[in-house]
Design a protein around this ligand. Structure first.
Ligand code: BDR
Ligand code: CA
Length: 362
């Protein structure tokens, strides 16, 4: 009888140890959908997720926003090469066109009519769209790439990956959400299969950065943003400008991050950003950590120190509120709006440490 008890106890301990070990090993499966730039912010957000022991980065899907898709693809591949992960993490090219036809052609008229925000930044829309990612890569980096994006489209990749991993995939959405919107329009069955969506997007109780009312990612394709936030996902977490404004930084901090970064491919990218923003002696615009906050929150949700759970929507009326994030704290939300958690405060000390450590580890 005594032996039986002992044996039972030993088994229970073993099962507990095994389940703890499995728990420790269970990584969060993530697809990163991004309008990729070099270094801060999208590039470093990707590297934060790619190198995190808590995350299994299943793929990086490229969308429109800061850059056109051919540019974003070249940037993503080069930065994965920098950390020798170019064969480990697939990159897929995605949608290069906003929902509203002719948007780029009428952009200046749009800005004149509806006004502009404090950044005066239009991302890809202010440049000619390249088609060939390889040509972009060659021109920028002066040699042939050692890798390539995967065959197939980003939207198909999202659909198939979610279907293969029901209830397990987190989508981290840090560009214009065109790929995700297309995926859920084409395959609505994936909506309940996605574990959660974490966006960097929107501005709720603070002004926009691209127009007086709209934040850049959602302004890039307001119709796509609305399709996404109106989808009945299990969970949606939004990291808006309200939270990102808690982490402004300037020339001294960027210089420190450059010093911390040992990687010979990534460090010049930070330096180029420094020269672009501060080169004239006067800052071109205020920098924030934007997408890194979303990546950090994906790794560790306890970094959220304050949030609001409410019905939200995105204004798609082509007027001065085009792309504005709307929140219904009281009153009746519009039909189809979903409740999301949007972040209003974050643990800035811990996120800065994660960023410093990331730079130093590359
Ligand atoms: C967002 O817009 C882009 O410029 C940044 O990468 C970030 O995703 C901030 O509004
Ligand atoms: Ca981005």
């Amino acid at each position: 009888m005594m032996v039986g008890k002992k044996f039972f106890k030993a088994c229970a301990v073993a099962v507990l140890a095994l389940s703890c070990a499995c728990g420790a090993l269970a990584k969060e499966k993530v697809i990163l959908d991004t309008d990729m730039v070099e270094g801060f912010d999208d590039g470093m957000a990707m590297l934060m997720l790619a190198t995190s022991p808590e995350i299994e980065l299943l793929g990086v899907t490229i969308t429109l926003g800061n850059t056109w898709v051919a540019e974003g693809t070249a940037h993503a591949l080069r930065q994965l090469e920098a950390v020798k992960m170019e064969w480990k993490i697939p990159v897929m090219m995605g949608i290069d066109m906003p929902t509203r036809a002719g948007r780029q052609a009428t952009l200046m008229e749009e800005i004149r009519t509806f006004g502009s925000g404090f950044d005066g930044y239009w991302g890809a829309y202010s440049s000619v769209r390249p088609d060939d990612w390889k040509a972009v890569y060659r021109t920028k980096y002066g040699h042939e790439p050692t890798c390539a994006p995967m065959d197939g489209h980003a939207v198909t990749f999202i659909i198939e990956t979610v279907r293969r991993n029901p209830g397990e995939v987190t989508i981290v959405e840090i560009g214009a959400p065109c790929n995700l919107a297309a995926a859920i329009r084409m395959a609505p069955d994936i909506v309940p299969l996605i574990k959660r969506v974490i966006y960097m997007g929107g501005a709720f109780f603070v002004p926009g950065n691209t127009t007086p009312r709209a934040e850049f990612n959602w302004w890039c394709d307001p119709e796509a943003a609305r399709t996404c936030v109106r989808a009945p996902f299990r969970e949606q977490i939004v990291v808006p400008l309200d939270a990102c404004h808690r982490m402004p930084y300037g020339a001294p901090k960027l210089a420190e991050l450059i010093r911390l970064t040992k990687n010979d491919i990534i460090r010049p990218m930070h330096q180029a950003k420094y020269d672009f923003v501060y080169g004239s002696g006067k800052a071109r615009f205020q920098l924030f950590m934007w997408d890194l906050v979303a990546a950090a929150v994906c790794i560790d949700e306890t970094l959220i120190t304050d949030s609001v759970t409410a019905f939200i929507d995105v204004d798609t009326t082509y007027g001065s509120g085009y792309g504005q994030a709307l929140v219904y704290v009281t009153g009746v939300p519009p039909l189809g709006a979903q409740k999301v958690k949007f972040v209003t405060d974050i643990d800035t000390v811990r996120i800065w440490k994660m960023i410093d450590d990331l730079c130093a580890s590359l």
